[in-house]
Ligand binder design. Structure first.
Ligand code: ZN
Length: 481
């Protein structure tokens, strides 16, 4: 019994000794690992080694394959940049300019900081510059849908004077979205369809809850996951990944730095548009529908169309059927621009005075005249004089569109007065505006109205687009709007 106890004891001691050794080894490696990341570096080679090591473990930007690191060593303000192998020349020029700005800003800032430290020391002999490092990680992503995204992520380190370790003092992220064909800068909503934020928010919420302890969350996450402008606007899209970035202190604690939420491209589905769109409707923003009756209006209507085109806007034109075949150029131009074409009867009759059969004939003849030119039948109907009853609506075969704002342009015949009438009408969101494309004064007024509406934040949309976004459904035949 005594022997056994002794033996067990000695075994236990050996075991303990091994444990102690293991623990010591483990703690040394644990102790060394973070220190190696950015302890104050001894010399240039030491700096290179530490930079390479940090870049290897940096994982904010989705991997894009081969990367190259360049170094700009200096004892007090060193920078290092990791590039991907992007072969897009124009993007590379743009990227390099951004990097130059970042480097300059960093060096200027450090210079100022150090000169004020030097002043405080009051003695050149006592002063030693602290070490500062800026790491810049950058990559370019091709969505395969016509969009290129550039991401630049930075980490800044500064020496802690008391124990000469390097402390991470700042992280930041910026992304740029461009059309691949001509490198014009585009907005998120041009590459992503409405609803993309909601889709991404579901994923991001789940990710945050499973990745971070509740104590690490700011409690403010909901604000930054909302479907509103400014949220989810930092992202990159590659062929297989979409990554959204969150600034420090927004969804998780400041000290966690920049957060990347990576999702499979197919999770986002059709909310990543299959091509860049130039005109798009953001359902969260105010919109107004301009409508023009009694055309096609020849030269004056083409003046209106030219203005719409200039501002990337569209309108709805309600044509009188018997005028259509004599002005095919204007009709085609309006249709090709994405304007909506409406039916305004065949000969501008008061349809409430006609039989069901005659109403149908008025509609059909106009539909045919338009589709002979555009290949497509009108999609909406406006009764002449706004004269409508159940019988007209039932026999029109198209959604009936009335108006909310009458500019009285046909009566005023004065561009300034028509313009002023709209300027004075606030809360135009969701409203349909009535004008006529056959008056020169209306065309002149349009040239002032459109920039004014855009300046006030309105999207200028077609009648059907507005009804769809405001009611959630496309306009229906037999209904009046
Ligand atoms: Zn009319």
């Amino acid at each position: 019994m005594g022997d056994n106890t002794e033996r067990r004891k000695s075994k236990w001691n050996v075991f303990l000794a091994i444990l102690v050794v293991l623990f010591a080894a483990a703690s040394i490696s644990i102790y060394i690992a973070p220190q190696l990341l950015f302890n104050v570096y001894a010399d240039e080679d030491d700096f290179y080694g530490r930079v390479d090591q940090r870049f290897r473990s940096m994982n904010i930007l989705p991997d894009v394959g081969r990367r190259v690191i360049t170094y700009d060593y200096s004892n007090s303000a060193a920078t290092a940049i990791r590039y991907d192998a992007s072969n897009n020349e124009a993007m590379a020029v743009f990227r390099d300019q951004r990097i130059k700005e970042l480097q300059k800003d960093f060096k200027d800032r450090i210079k100022e900081e150090e000169s004020s430290r030097k002043k405080q020391e009051g003695d050149d002999l006592l002063y030693r510059p602290l070490q500062h490092v800026l790491l810049i990680d950058t990559a370019v992503y091709d969505s395969g849908t016509g969009a290129l995204t550039l991401a630049i992520y930075t980490e800044e380190y500064s020496e802690n004077e008391s124990d000469q370790t390097m402390e991470k003092t700042d992280t930041s992220i910026d992304t740029w979205l461009m059309a691949k064909d001509d490198m014009r800068s585009i907005k998120p909503i041009q590459a992503m369809a409405p609803g993309y934020r909601e889709k991404a928010a579901v994923f991001a919420k789940e990710y945050l809850n499973t990745t971070y302890d509740e104590s690490k969350l700011t409690g403010n996450e909901a604000t930054f996951l909302q479907d509103k402008d400014g949220n989810f606007d930092k992202f990159v899209i590659s062929a297989d990944t979409v990554a959204f970035f969150f600034d420090p202190g927004t969804v998780v604690d400041e000290e966690e730095g920049v957060i990347a939420v990576n999702m499979q491209r197919n999770y986002m589905g059709a909310t990543v548009r299959n091509r860049i769109v130039d005109r798009f409707v953001d359902p969260t923003k105010p919109m107004v529908a301009l409508t023009y009756d009694d055309g096609p209006g020849g030269k004056t209507e083409r003046q209106i169309l030219k203005c719409l085109k200039k501002y990337n806007a569209v309108a709805t034109f309600f044509y009188v059927g018997n005028r259509v075949s004599s002005d095919p150029t204007t009709v085609k131009m309006a249709y090709d621009m994405g304007c909506e074409i409406g039916n305004h009867s065949w000969d501008h009759s008061d349809l409430t005075t006609l039989s069901a059969e005659d109403i149908t004939e008025q509609m059909d003849k106009t539909n045919n005249a338009v589709s002979k030119i555009t290949g497509v039948k009108p999609t909406v109907f406006r009764p002449p004089y706004g004269a409508v009853n159940e019988e007209v609506m039932d026999n029109a075969g198209l959604p009936t569109i009335l108006w909310d704002v009458d500019t009285l342009d046909w009566k005023l015949r004065d561009a300034e007065k028509v313009y002023k009438k709209l300027v004075k009408t606030d809360k135009l969101n969701g409203k349909i505006v009535l004008m006529h494309s056959i008056h020169e004064e209306t065309a002149d007024a349009t040239e002032k109205i459109i920039p004014m509406l855009i300046k006030r934040g309105y999207q200028i949309v077609t009648v059907s687009e507005m009804i769809k976004y405001k009611t959630g459904e496309s306009p229906k035949a037999g209904e009046s709007y």
